[in-house]
Design a protein around this ligand. Sequence first.
Ligand code: HEM
Length: 124
Amino acid sequence: MDVLSNTTHFHIFTWVVGIIVFLVAASMDTESKGRKILHMVARLFYVLILISGALLFFRYSSMDGALYGVKFLLGLVTIGMMEMVLVRSKKNKSVKMFWILFFVFLLATLFLGFKLPMGINWFA
Ligand code: HEM
């Protein structure tokens, strides 16, 4: 699995595609077949984000256990907010708060990811 955690490329690929699929699914009619399929694809990408993030985590977290732990949690919560938006809008429940939380956690995850030592270090 080294080949997937030598760089952050695989992880970046999984969360970029996952977020795009999520945004397209969320913009579709809640009863449409296309949305059901994209929701399934989004769930597949949740798993890939998790696997790619965990591979990086297990390999590099000894550099800074606390911050890597926070990155892990922020990533998980961001995925949680994506799923809440899709599931609650399907049930016609209000999703405004979950959209706000999604953007807040996404920004925090991106910031910490780009701060941590692997890959791109815009905020180091
Ligand atoms: C939607 C969710 C997620 C987003 C948007 C995200 C975003 C990012 C970004 C921007 C980076 C930095 C890449 C680079 O510097 O080249 C990164 C790295 C990383 N992510 Fe995630 N991530 C997410 C989910 C996760 C999850 C669930 C985990 C844990 C299972 C995780 C663990 C890591 C680790 C360990 C790194 C390496 C940190 C470093 O040293 O740069 N991420 N992520």
